[in-house]
Design a protein around this ligand. Sequence first.
Ligand SMILES: Cc1cc2nc3c(=O)[nH]c(=O)nc-3n(C[C@H](O)[C@H](O)[C@H](O)COP(=O)(O)OP(=O)(O)OC[C@H]3O[C@@H](n4cnc5c(N)ncnc54)[C@H](O)[C@@H]3O)c2cc1C
Length: 498
Amino acid sequence: MSTSPSSVEHHRLVVTGAGIAGVGLGVRLRQAGIVDFVILERNASVGGTWFEHTYPGCGCDVPANLYSYSFARNPGWTRMFPGQDEILEYVRATADEYGVTPHIRFETEMELSAWDEEAGVWRVRTSAGDLTADMLISAIGATAEPDEPDVPGLQAFTGHRFHSARWDHGHDLTGERVAVIGTGPAAAQFVPRIQPDVEQLVVFQRTPPWVIPHVDRPVPWPERQLYRALPFLQDAQRNALFAIYESMGVGFRGRTAMIAPIEAIGRAHLRRQVKDPELRAKLTPHYRFGCKRPILSNTYNPALAAENATVITDAITAVDADAIVTADGTRHVVDTIITAIGYKYGRSLLAHRIRGQDGRTLGEVWDQSPKAYLGSAVPNFPNMFILLGPNSIGINSVIFSLESQIAYVMSALEAMDRDGLTRVEVRREALEGFVDEVDRRSAGSVWTAGGCKAYYVDDTGRNFGLYPGFAASFRRRTRRFDAAPYLVEHTAAGKVAA
Ligand SMILES: Cc1cc2nc3c(=O)[nH]c(=O)nc-3n(C[C@H](O)[C@H](O)[C@H](O)COP(=O)(O)OP(=O)(O)OC[C@H]3O[C@@H](n4cnc5c(N)ncnc54)[C@H](O)[C@@H]3O)c2cc1C
């Protein structure tokens, strides 16, 4: 740490977010001997997603052997798909073990980060004072801001209401009439948990998810001991899982014959679990598997088929003091509404907190659609990298994609040191080239042509979330920072290269 002439605290890097991304970057920075960095975290804990999501049944849907850092394998996972508490503990332990925790400013919110071209620094306003930094890293994730349905009257509801991402554990649902709006992965995890306790469960569904059998199982103690003694066994399993996800991506990108067998499994699963033909018709997806995030569950369909559950597919037109009103005019009177429609992703309020060289915010620049070179860099935002940015998420563990981007940032820092670069800003042509490629490779994929509207697709139908290639290819492309697609400024020359 140093102080600038104006005595504002200065760091080489300021990172926003201490989720899996921020902690992972912290580890790599420390391993490279870079200790002049702070991580701003609005919460009182690390973990991000896994700290904030505490709804019943919350857990990962990618096996933990793959959904874990490459540098911190965990032979101790107690389940193949562990719950939120175990994952949170893993992130906390990693942050402690690798010395990242002391770098984190907890309960400190990044309010605004603005590039100061003259001083060549980022000016960061936080809830606990100002900072400056040579480099700004956004590690704010994709789920930081829960979204609410755009329905007239929602605020007028006088019963209880909360978002699944901010579960109200102080509110007892037992014996209540409960509405759930949304049928994504979170709803699929908590609906089976609350259904037995509530008097009446009304699930409002816009699009039925594909639901396939869950292969979760406890990892017995002897197996865990085996992984401890023979780590290559756990590595082999991780590699096999990685290959399975990579091959699934091929089907998602257009070789739909490859996903037909999974669709058949999903339909058979539904037939086995739901006997009522009317309900089964409502729960049958009419789009390709993979277009939306699929659900792994053995309990979701049966919960919806239970006596006390109803699935409503009519559009919600309004909410009044004690009921949800649907397009057919029915008033569904409920005590509590749980919204589970996902997150403001890409163009969230948070993107409006980062202001680039020309004074526009990332949110303004992304007005049409979020775009970043290799999911990481945006013209007009020098010395800034985004982790989990647009088109960076692979059909795989998000942690794998994050580690690819972390490697890219580390390589950029190395190149800046080596070549005396003080300012790197990705060229517009480089971004346009990347975007063209993404659009071309997304055409014909299940995300853009699969017949659904997923959260990683914008209003024009453009895939802005997923990397439309192998996660391994994204890893290759981000392994080394190449300065050619960047406008760079050298210490000595002090000029932006043409
Ligand atoms: C319920 C659930 C299950 C999931 N399961 C899987 C899975 O099985 N496999 C998978 O690959 N992915 C899964 N995901 C996606 C998951 O979000 C990512 O895998 C990963 O946790 C993202 O980590 P992150 O660090 O990028 O973001 P986050 O975990 O969202 O962390 C971002 C951090 O930034 C902080 N922050 C944001 N804005 C500010 C600000 N202005 N100032 C200060 N701090 C700020 C937040 O408080 C948060 O701690 C799941 C997501 C959810 C919600």
